[in-house]
Design a protein around this ligand. Structure first.
Ligand SMILES: [Fe+2]
Length: 359
């Protein structure tokens, strides 16, 4: 197989066509994922961990969420914004507050030593989908027409063997039903995105073809997809998806308040799609090879790896002051004490995580 694109001469990437690997959870000594989980990950690219977050954490993390929003949970007339990407005030390491999730992540990533430990510090940066009273509750939308299909990562140049984002993680902080704005994933899009990245060893900062053109690759890929899954469940359920999983928000037709967090976790080093010992492949690497139907791929990026400040950062940072103000008023009114890393001035958490100096 050669990786070429149109008329441009691209370097040949050596591959061994035909995926033959097997993954045996007993041989790998897994404790958190079953054989069924591993097989499902190789087939569909995600695992579901039901009830994986302890209840006391869920309650504590959401305690002031409506205060921060400046809305009344029980009065939908106050729900004046449809989707809000809230900034974080508190953070916790997954290993501490969600050991089952941490365990499963490590197993998908090929062991704890392959995880960039600090990146599994997650916070209360909820993504709320509160719906819109103008939506027709009976409207049916074809998933291909949802619009904002994407793969995550607005802060690094994407490569097939990226270390920046190992998993697309999704934690439910409210019950999420069908038609109440669940996240959609296109499981048969993983291989198509992987193929595009294989054909673009120069990587991409915006997943547009060509870069900077605004022609987004993922929505076009999803046009050809057939296997859509809605990530519905109960509060405390967690979905761990392969990093190249196309996903999209959907309309909250029935206006149940929907809260999730959508954090990432990074590898300490770039992935290796050609390993001497096949037992050393992580399940994530194997999923990429599986969907490209190769036993190995000698992938080497032709441009430098590169990180930059997230495009969504300014919008989120702007909300911090507003939320702090509301929390201060709430503190005065109720006598309760709020806790926030921003109490004494805004803390820009992304920069140290990304290994950048403060901006
Ligand atoms: Fe996303």
């Amino acid at each position: 197989m050669s990786a070429t694109n149109g008329t441009e001469a691209k370097p040949q990437i050596a591959t061994k066509p035909g995926f033959t690997h097997k993954y045996d959870v007993k041989k790998h000594g897994l404790k958190f994922l079953s054989q069924e989980d591993a097989d499902h990950f190789l087939e569909k690219g995600y695992v579901v961990l039901r009830g994986a977050i302890p209840e006391d954490h869920l309650k504590m993390a959401k305690e002031t969420v409506w205060v921060r929003l400046g809305m009344d949970e029980n009065d939908k007339n106050t729900w004046t914004k449809e989707e809000i990407h809230m900034p974080r005030h508190k953070m916790w390491h997954a290993k501490d507050f969600a050991p089952k999730v941490w365990g499963a992540m490590c197993e998908l990533m090929g062991g704890e030593d392959r995880v960039d430990y600090k990146t599994a510090s997650w916070g209360d940066s909820f993504i709320c989908n509160l719906g819109n009273p103008e939506y027709d509750p009976n409207e049916v939308i074809d998933p291909r027409d949802l619009g904002p299909w994407h793969v995550d990562g607005d802060w690094f140049r994407h490569f097939l063997d990226a270390e920046n984002q190992a998993l697309e993680c999704l934690v439910l902080y409210s019950d999420v039903e069908e038609r109440a704005g669940p996240t959609y994933i296109a499981t048969d899009g993983i291989g198509k995105v992987a193929k595009w990245l294989l054909e673009h060893p120069e990587g991409s900062e915006d997943m547009c073809d060509p870069e900077g053109s605004g022609n987004r690759v993922v929505p076009n890929i999803v046009r050809e997809c057939k296997d859509f899954v809605t990530l519905t469940g109960k509060t405390g359920d967690v979905f761990l998806c392969h990093f190249l999983t196309p996903h999209s928000r959907s309309r909250n037709h029935i206006r149940n308040s929907r809260f999730i967090i959508n954090p990432f976790v990074s590898f300490a080093e770039p992935q290796q799609l050609k390993r001497e010992n096949p037992d050393d492949y992580s399940l994530i690497e194997l999923k990429t090879l599986h969907d490209l139907d190769c036993d190995w791929i000698d992938f080497k990026p032709t441009r430098e790896r590169y990180r930059f400040l997230p495009r969504t950062k300014a919008k989120k940072d702007a909300l911090i002051q507003e939320e702090i103000q509301r929390l201060k008023e709430w503190e005065k009114k109720t006598g309760n004490k709020y806790e926030s890393m921003h109490e004494n001035g805004i803390v820009y958490w992304q920069a140290p995580i990304m290994g950048l100096s403060e901006a």
